[in-house]
Design a protein around this ligand. Sequence first.
Ligand code: GLN
Ligand code: ZN
Length: 752
Amino acid sequence: MHMKQKTLITGYPRIGENRELKKALEAYWAGTISIDELKKAAAELRKTHWLFQKEAGIDFISVNDFSYYDAMLDTCVMLGAIPKRFRSLQNAEERYFAMARGNAASPAMSMTKWFNTNYHYLVPELDEDLVFKADSSKIRSEYREAKKLGIEGKINIIGPLTFLGLSKTSGDTDPYDYFDAALSAYTEILRHIAAEEDGVLVQFDEPVFARDPSQKQLDLLKKAYTALSAAGKNLRIIVTTYFEHSNEAAAALAGVPVWGIGLDFVHGAKNIEGLSALNGKRLVAGVVDGRNIWVNDAEKTLALLEKIAGSVPAEHIIVSTSCSLLHVPYSLEKESGPITPWLAFAKEKVRELVCIAKAFGDPRAPENIEWLEANKALAASRKASTLICDEKTSARAASFAAHAARPGTFAGRNAVQKKALALPKLPTTTIGSFPQTGELRALRRDAKSGKITGEQYEAEIKRYIDNCIAFQEEAGLDVLVHGEPERNDMVEYFGEMLKGFYFTKGAWVQSYGSRCVKPPIIYGDVSRPSPMTVKWIAYAQSKTKKVMKGMLTGPVTILNWSFVRDDIPRSSAARQIAISLHDEVKDLQDAGIRIIQVDEAAFKEGYPLRRENIAAYEEWAVDAFRLTVSGAREETQIHTHMCYSDFSDSIHTIEKMDADVITIETARSGNRLLKVFKERGYANEIGPGVYDIHSPRIPGTKEFIEQIASRLDVLSQDKMWVNPDCGLKTRKWEEVKPALKNMVEAAKSFRH
Ligand code: GLN
Ligand code: ZN
């Protein structure tokens, strides 16, 4: 019997297929367009995205999945949860962007990764003076805007448990102490929404339940959704989780009268075990992967849906993406190449989802059978393709020890390095990149398109490196970098030179605010045909007497920032990358490079959300890092860099990585998270960030002195480095130059 199976998209990307939002935002910030022009550009994007989904045949289309910067930030505004330092700002837009980016008077809100993704959200700040105040204006206006276009929107809201669970508080209070106050603001929002229309659908995102939940969270979950369900007549509430299974939450909601529950069956296979808890509710079944870019294996997915239908009546199943499509690029329309037939980005996934739902609802319809056959043929062609397997790579991988590592201990290496490098107390350095100017981007573009010759390109890059070195010497930095002018992106650059990677033309994914990344696609066995960085780093070292730091992106980061194969374990792919980087470390060392930094910016975001999976991840991730540096001699100093500072539950892993120096991000968070290094008795050297590079602010020398002094409360002087939080590529030279000079001056003031 034919049945129209309903479909739902958890959320749609918002930056624009051609990054229109990024361009509009940056133009607005630069003062070249007005706020009205920015708003117009945003409305245009929403319209395009809604109409596309409607035409594709999606039943439940999200509204309020749009954001000018970040949905957590929008939720702060929705609840009136404005951090203290921004409360006096009256102009809504000014305040919004000040919270996101900082202003002359105040640093921005801090930013951190959204669960195990590479999307960053702004961390809400709750304090004892905070008075929640419901503001539903954005939601209502976007809902009406959609309605005018003939879209009956499903309203996306970040749920109270997730919002509070990701917030930080002042003092020792628990964010859930704010539960009652936050819930009444949420309830009021729902009242406003219910007044818009009868039967409005609201999707509350509660991914916090993909992590092991506490009993308290589960109790509050029940309480929250019992109250929210009663907030308005005929409201249809869906509580959605993603990125892992969340059986506990599903069970807790069994007796709560919400309309539906959204579960991720791609990254949470165990969700299948909890379906009896649904108790007559709709099941939003996330079966199309929102985190990866491979064409869905429809046969498998249909089998999964059949299995689900064993516990849930088919008419209660809404076929959905596993999470928001925010985490995948827009469309394959611009792409071409041997692997593109095997790929599906957001638009293709939307269409694919509709086909799957149709095939599930009506398996005997000829067009559904035909589609399924084509899908099967595609999967078979990928499996059989010679692009995927490389026997040489597997043989080489087998030749390395299972747990390869550097010989010796940190203490032994440290003594040798202290002598060899002869650095001053509190040595100063930077994290690698210097400002990526428009000129530089144009240069790389022209080189790629053949508009300029290889020699011209090389000469220009060398000129940038020369300038970069001249500035660093003038500023008095101790360990220099070449500035990474040849790198578009820290992963793309390496991927482009490694075998087994595919590079898209325009597959942008939002990272934070207006920033996007273009993750490569690992489709086959990875190997390094030739050295990747040696030419540039050796050139840079030849231009200075100071120590030049070689700069590599680590294996775990390359993996975590790429779309990976779904046909081998992540651990095997990591090992292949590590071997390629191992060869690069040795080549750099042989070229006379004495410090090599292996960036593991994304080490942490690869952490599994569930405790049960952590030990396995830590083992292979640490192995990959150690294998990468296993060829470094004792006197070669290995640095690593991580873009955050919360190591409270991973310090033992940092210890096992055994980098001689680790630089981390602490300019915004201060010592709060750094203390764990002291408590643990962490022995290796640390460079806690003292310059917030996510903000255009230029800290003065006094501020740097305070930052350094404060770090010295927890770190010992002979183990500490002074450096910015992260690379400087997003900043302007006018900001970086004075800031670094002030930073060096401040460090020097501690040396007598
Ligand atoms: N070396 C890189 C840079 O400075 C590190 C960036 C990062 O960790 N995100 O740009
Ligand atoms: Zn960083």
